[in-house]
Design a binder for this molecule. Sequence first.
Ligand code: SF4
Length: 261
Amino acid sequence: MATAIEIFKHLPKKNCGKCNFPTCLAFAMQLANQKVKLSDCPLVSEEAKAKLEASSAPPIRLVTIGDGPKKVELGDETELYRHEKKFFHPTRYCIVISDQADDEEAGSKLRRISELSFERVGQTLAMDMVAVRDDSGDDTKFAAMVSRASAAGLPMVLMSDRPEALRKAVKETGVKRPLLYAANEANIDAMAAAAKELQCPLALRAGDLNAWPIWPRPPERPASTIWCSTWRPRGPRTWWRGTPSCGRTPSRRPSAASGTR
Ligand code: SF4
């Protein structure tokens, strides 16, 4: 993101106040902090607009999971780590259900997901997403659990490294824009093709951010991508965030009261 001074250099310097700030410098400072939009200045030239938009575009893309009022938006950040600057799209919480869970276990988890809501430092926290993990290796079982979990009405994460299982689950259940989790070095092309066909965001899993030579993004790769550097398929819990985690533990975890997978 450009600094206020860099932005100021490209502004008209008329100090006309049409942007609701008395001076161009004041406007530039607000723009640098992403409190206003460049379009609030009606006098900015097309040339300046092109330069400023390019320099202020967040390096982390906006990733949308789900649809409607409960959709989850992640990324669109200018910084990689939260300690560098406040995230505009905070960490979201998700509970994982195995497709091998029996009726009672699945029902109990889904009930807890819908009931879970608690206050923490002035914020009401609740589950944002529900994930279904392909433990069975059976496409039909996986799709059936996805269908059941979709009744929670939350954006979904479909956890499988088999593109055919993901295709079947999305097509048969009609679940809207789930996050497909996850591509790895072995299945990246097939997973990218599935994500493109299904118009879904795709998480990438690797040991670190330099594992794959995919930056800048080749055109055939899906536009919405979440980097996830850690995955514990049998671990106690799984968290996602919209920005590359680089193996770091998310800085804010659900408390013990927020449920287990
Ligand atoms: S509207 Fe544009 S030219 Fe006028 S004060 Fe604001 S930034 Fe400056």
